[in-house]
Design a protein around this ligand. Sequence first.
Ligand SMILES: [Zn+2]
Ligand SMILES: [Zn+2]
Length: 169
Amino acid sequence: MLQLNVEMLKRVQGDPCRFDFLAELPPFELQGKNLSFPGPVKASLVVNSTGSALAVEGEVSGKLSLTCDRCLEHFDYSFEVPIKENYTRSTEGGGDEVVSFAGDILDITPEVIKSIILSLPMKAICREDCRGLCPSCGCNLNKDRCDCGKEDTDLRLSVLKDLIEKSSK
Ligand SMILES: [Zn+2]
Ligand SMILES: [Zn+2]
């Protein structure tokens, strides 16, 4: 969980508070897929008390385990997302732009996961030159070689040969 102890910001106003730490993030679901973090994420945040609200700004970086859309292998996707969010104590009520919280612990996990989801590419590809799976036999062309492509050309050639033989008759 990405939690900030903002107790001291209750008393001191005006002085921004820096938070640099590593934290474990829980797995989350996206489009029916369960996504998890292979290790802790790094948070570098500054929290400013504006009197009525706490303004959190900074970035969170780390790795997310994804499945390649082409070869279906797992790979670590590196992300670095900006965080900019305003929080207000629940007793003061929140507006559209503000997330409310209670107590001295500010849990920014939901907003961070939202930012990570927004940063994800439309298609998750393990590497730019991923060769994917063979459409005929399903083998991973990054690791294995198959003869499917070869047979295709052989087949086309033999059809051509047949045509030539027929037309010459
Ligand atoms: Zn791949
Ligand atoms: Zn094949």
